[in-house]
Design a protein around this ligand. Sequence first.
Ligand code: DP6
Length: 400
Amino acid sequence: MSLYQATASAPVNIACIKYWGKRDTALILPTNSSLSVTLDQDHLRSTTTSRADASFTKDTLWLNGKEEVIKPGGRTAVCIEELRRLRKVAEDANSNEPKISSFKLHIASYNNFPTAAGLASSAAGFAALVSSIAQLYSLDKVLSASQLSLIARQGSGSACRSLMGGFVAWQAGQLADGSDSLAVQVAPREHWPEMHALICVVSDAKKGTSSTSGMQRTVETSPLLQHRINHVVPQRMKDITAAIQARDFPTFARLTMQDSNQFHAVCLDTEPPIFYMNDVSRALVQLVVEYNRAAGEVRAAYTYDAGPNCVIYVLQKHVKEIANLVVRFFPLAETFKDPFALFASEKIGELAVPEGFNSAVVASFPAGSVKGLIHTRVGDGPRKITDDAVHLLDAQGQPK
Ligand code: DP6
């Protein structure tokens, strides 16, 4: 008997131009376009195994080993049903295709990073789920990554941008049915492989206001959001795309910081206001700003999502300098993993500060305020995993 199973991994993405607000909450259609950098799955990834079998009695999903309820009509169910419908179309068109669309699915997903850390886990998670089922159903051979992004978008908006590597735009689109609201690749990772990222993990506690409910409150109450949607984001999308194409880091960095600032400004403009950044987040802004000032050029860009963690985009040649500064001012609770062996013979945090850097500018916090530091870089899109050791379901179709 054949085993109908596929395993995919998918990356995290961190937006430079932020998605915040829906014009259609059921279809997950955004109020504005957005743009992100896909991060390397060698470091951060979601892995999902999907299996179809005649013996399964219901679609079942396990997240990090724990069964999650698949709510009828909910986001996960919508993604599964859409993929199943497309599989059925392929089966009806070709009688040689095994009729696996009628089988229930067992799906096991695993994140190799804390799920509630605000590290875009839902984006990687839905991208891996859609990729693995698409592979299981052989839809990946007939549908482009952009077409699959239409499905992942309905799992979580930002997930559509994790369907491809490099630099990715989610075009808001205009159609009521959402068929033009999809992700497109602006440039592959090979275009600008020097783009690295440092994730400063400020807190891995579950966040207070979810993105989903927070952004709708902003849509309903913030006049500043209307200005952002109509007069700011359209030009910024053009400008950052041009900056990426020209590998113009200072322009890319300035736009990224401006857009993070404006996203948190519309959160403050929401009634009641939403606060995602905390005092440690703001001290990290001061550190990046002072680093750029002392360097006499923009070498690093901070950006914050719906939580206090700071992601710093920086070119490879400057990672060591800024990583050292972060640890010098915010001694970590965890050991720095150093995947690129930057500090082979030296100790992170103990190198001298760059010339002209004014230490008095950065507010001081107790050790452990920044728990961990993750060094990664721009990465590729979802991968097909064939290594048997990685599959997440055992012979009975239960999570391993
Ligand atoms: C701040 O994609 O998590 O990270 O579509 O409701 O699932 P839903 O929201 P989600 O929102 C992410 C918002 C953000 C900015 C971004 O990634 O663009």
